[in-house]
Design a protein around this ligand. Structure first.
Ligand code: NDP
Ligand SMILES: O=C1O[C@H](COP(=O)(O)O)[C@@H](O)[C@H](O)[C@H]1O
Length: 509
């Protein structure tokens, strides 16, 4: 494990939602778990006219997680933690001089012995990423003369291939690529990382992990919530940009990539890049029409309460065509995956919050138990990313008694059953990695561009064609038409709320 050196974390966008809800709680958990170095401070920076104390009060009030520690056994940890939080007010002029900020950073560095090691976290609207990087550069805060410097950049990373390339070029003018950490919080999820371990630390899966044995791959990313308070951002983004281009394509890359030489950041990222480049780009109207579906949730009654439709949400255009549901069928053009269809869907306002990957294996090529009564003949490997992290294998077993009746049984593993199952929250894990200089779970510039290359033609098709925007009632598994994508396979697997509820052959009941 790498060492966590003394350092300072400077968060731009310190008065924002992400800082209070995710970043500060993650750093607090690192403090509670004893993962922070001895000399460590956080300097929040944004344009709000706040004092150190106001920043501290804001994060405690806005984060339920922190509020729980104000009293009780962790009160002391909380107090020590708050003493390490500071705030600096930036000028509201975007091109302003950062020399007062530099003075503050130098003063804190001297007083708290943070060793000249600084992480700059960009948690602002994306339009501020480049001006902030430029201002840091102008103050020499990029240069690793007396310590190291890292820049963490939040998503969305670009709006299209063109803008992502422009942002990469802009940031690389001021920071070197190894200093830039593009965060994708799904890579911080334990079960996403476990995809690599399942594949490459076992000899029983990898020999089957190809077109000879796998019939198709299905990925579902469902949220029960709507767009909440982020209507303004979401309406310009949509499900494909918000979830698919980043999080889901990272998961796809872990599923399809070739084994890396070792687990080093560059080796893993090289293989992920090759994987993303092998996605077959859909660029003719007929293919796009056949293989993509978008939809929006419409008003509905859930648990006796009326739920707003997407177009009625705050800051959403009442005539919006932005998708809250996206489903795609696509192929991977390489030796391993030729002709294996991938079905991926992501949506808001689904019946439950769940993310899972299902590997559907082919049926045995010669069936000797034809009259066995088994309904779904394929073996399935279900990798549950969230909320109840685990893995389940479905296979056929003989029903006791005369003849050869075959039923489906489950072999399962749940993270919750581990004695030590303190799963780090994604931001906690990723922040710790960045603090230790480990970029394995951060996206490289070329990977992000390769992902946009695949997504761009779909977005362009949706923007310029008359591709239908279907409606689905909030609380159902999307529009019926999404089943047309999954041709000849019945329908999408509608996941149970808990993996444990996934019916297997039940001997006792
Ligand atoms: N919230 C979430 O759940 C998620 C957010 N993200 C990403 O994180 C980033 C932040 O999101 P979120 O916190 O929700 O957004 P908010 O709008 O809540 O916060 C952004 C903050 O940035 C500050 N800000 C604006 N311009 C500047 C500037 N030039 N310099 C310094 N600070 C500035 C604003 O504060 P002030 O006016 O005081 O300067 C504001 O508080 C976005 O890129 C978003 O896409 C990603 C995943 C999830
Ligand atoms: O990045 C985002 O992710 C969240 C979903 O994250 P999860 O960890 O709760 O699955 C999503 O709600 C949001 O729209 C998106 O920007």
């Amino acid at each position: 494990m790498n060492k966590t050196e003394n350092q300072m974390l400077i968060i731009f966008g310190a008065s924002g939602d992400l800082t209070a809800r995710k970043l500060i709680p993650a750093i607090f958990d690192l403090a509670k778990g004893g993962h922070l170095p001895e000399n460590f401070v956080v300097l929040g920076a944004s344009r709000s006219d706040w004092t150190d104390d106001e920043f501290r009060k804001n994060v405690v009030t806005e984060s339920k997680h922190l509020a729980n520690h104000v009293d009780g056994p962790t009160k002391k940890v909380m107090q020590d933690f708050c003493d390490r939080l500071f705030y600096h007010e930036l000028s509201s002029d975007q091109d302003s001089d950062y020399s007062p900020l530099k003075k503050r950073i130098d003063a804190l560095d001297n007083e708290y012995g943070t060793g000249g090691n600084f992480i700059f976290y960009l948690s602002t609207p994306p339009s501020a990423y480049e001006p902030i990087a430029k201002s840091l550069y102008e103050q020499g805060l990029h240069a690793e003369t007396n310590g190291w410097r890292r820049l963490i950049v939040e998503k969305p990373f670009g709006y299209s291939l063109k803008t992502a390339k422009a942002l990469n070029q802009a940031l690389q003018q001021y920071f070197k690529e190894p200093q830039i950490f593009r965060i994708d919080h799904y890579l911080g999820k334990e079960t996403v990382q476990n995809l690599l371990v399942t594949r490459f630390a076992n000899s029983i899966f990898e020999p089957l992990w190809n077109r000879n044995y796998i019939h198709h791959v299905e990925i579902t990313n469902a949220e029960s919530g709507g767009v909440e308070k982020r209507g303004g951002y979401y309406d310009k983004s949509g499900a494909l940009r918000d979830m698919f281009q980043s999080h889901l394509l990272q998961i796809v890359a872990f599923i399809i990539m070739e084994p890396p030489l070792n687990a080093n950041a560059e080796e893993i990222r090289n293989e992920k890049l090759k994987a993303l480049k092998s996605l077959r780009i859909m660029n003719d109207e007929e293919t796009l029409h056949k293989n993509t579906i978008r939809a929006q949730y419409i008003s509905s009654i859930i648990d006796g309460k009326k739920v707003k439709g997407y177009r009625e949400e705050e800051n959403v255009d009442p005539n919006s065509t932005t998708e809250t549901f996206a489903a795609l069928k696509f192929f991977v053009d390489n030796w391993r995956w030729a002709d294996v269809p991938f079905y991926v869907r992501t949506a808001k306002r689904m019946p439950t919050k769940v993310t899972e990957v299902v590997i559907h294996f082919k049926t045995p090529h010669h069936q000797i138990f034809k009259d066995s009564g088994l309904q779904n003949k394929d073996n399935k490997l279900i990798i549950r990313i969230q909320p109840d992290e685990g893995i389940l294998i479905k296979f056929g077993v003989k029903v006791p008694g005369q003849g050869f009746k075959v039923e489906r049984a489950n072999l399962d593993f749940y993270y919750s059953s581990l004695v030590e199952n303190n799963i780090m929250e994604a931001y906690e894990r990723l922040l710790l990695d960045a603090m230790q200089g480990d970029a394995t779970l951060y996206a490289r510039a070329d990977e992000v561009e390769a992902a946009w290359e695949f997504v761009d033609p779909i977005l362009n098709y949706w923007a310029t064609s008359d591709a239908k925007v279907y409606g689905y009632s909030a609380g159902v598994w999307g529009p019926k038409n999404a089943d047309d994508l999954i041709d000849g396979l019945g329908m999408w697997r509608n996941p149970s709320k808990n993996l444990a509820d996934d019916a297997g052959f039940c001997v006792i009941c």
